[in-house]
Design a protein around this ligand. Sequence first.
Ligand SMILES: NC(=O)c1ccc[n+]([C@@H]2O[C@H](COP(=O)([O-])OP(=O)(O)OC[C@H]3O[C@@H](n4cnc5c(N)ncnc54)[C@H](OP(=O)(O)O)[C@@H]3O)[C@@H](O)[C@H]2O)c1
Length: 345
Amino acid sequence: MSDLGTNAPRIPTTTLGGGGTGPRVGVQGLGCMGMSFAYGPTDADEARATLERALDLGVTFFDTADMYGLGANETFLSPFFRAHREEVVIATKFGIVLDPDDPVKRGIRNDRAYIRASVEGSLARLGVDMIDLYYMHRRDPSVPIEETVGAMAELVAEGKVAHLGLSEVTGAELRAAHAVHPIAALQSEWSLFSRDVERSAVPAAKELGVAFVPYSPLGRGFLTGSFKDAGEELTADDFRRGQPRFNGANATANHALLEPVRRIAEAHGATPAQVALAWVHQQAALREMTVIPIPGTRRRGRLEENAAATRITLTDAELALLAPIASHVAGDRYPDMTFTSATRE
Ligand SMILES: NC(=O)c1ccc[n+]([C@@H]2O[C@H](COP(=O)([O-])OP(=O)(O)OC[C@H]3O[C@@H](n4cnc5c(N)ncnc54)[C@H](OP(=O)(O)O)[C@@H]3O)[C@@H](O)[C@H]2O)c1
């Protein structure tokens, strides 16, 4: 199932939310963050080849953000986007403010002046006239969401942005935002390891017809079983070394939780990564809503493997085996959970 060669079938398509007005995209997107940021050294040529290969497979929805590498990721993607402007759906984000002198420090800005400056920066780096989907990356609770979405809606009116998205918001925040302007997509972490979004964000997205875009659907790689302890196995600049789930006793305990994933993979002649992705994809049918995961990879082989997961259907018995995993995961998904929607539920 993992090697599809050059004649791989294209993945199915779906529509981003926002009252049915969103663009058609492949049901699986491509997370591009790791190509410039967070996950250690990158082979730029292989990353570029991965982008090209994505289009062959029908993976047309590309995810970046202004903060990935302080703009470097948008700049890296620009030539590819410009060469294929009609085929790609470009999603980028504003709102997380990095300190170039301190890689660990992060701020959040949601105010109108910041948004207006950010969109110009992203448009310039991407080298396009319009961003297809513009997300608020993180919420600053001191700024009313109505004000933030109002400023984002101005960008739609001005033709700089086609559709609006939000990341890491609660169901209540999504409802308040959607009342100001249709929201096409909600992007938050959702995987076999991270299911807190099912409390309010997922039901609200379903009710409003907003597409749910699960980020880190492979648990930042952990669900693939490819590493056991970030502290031992990842390079010093890898963001995951600071993640509670990836180190020491937590990593050992979490690795043991992958046993049913491995067994189910074997039964399907698939890989653990494919089972983890199939579980996320299957939420669309189970919950009758639009779900478009964006697994991140910089390698063609893995992209092919991940796209093939759209063709796996898990049985009820397999889903039942996978269901309890998230409640046993050791460690939070971020070192500081105030950086997520979970603490505002
Ligand atoms: N909104 C937000 O706050 C937010 C937060 C995090 C991420 N994101 C977005 O979501 C995207 C995806 O999330 P993510 O990259 O954090 O995590 P992910 O998709 O869960 O996992 C990515 C990791 O898994 C590895 N991988 C991918 N496919 C694999 C396979 N088949 N077998 C083995 N390993 C595999 C990748 O390595 P290689 O690249 O070396 O293949 C990478 O280290 C990002 O690229 C970014 O665009 C958004």
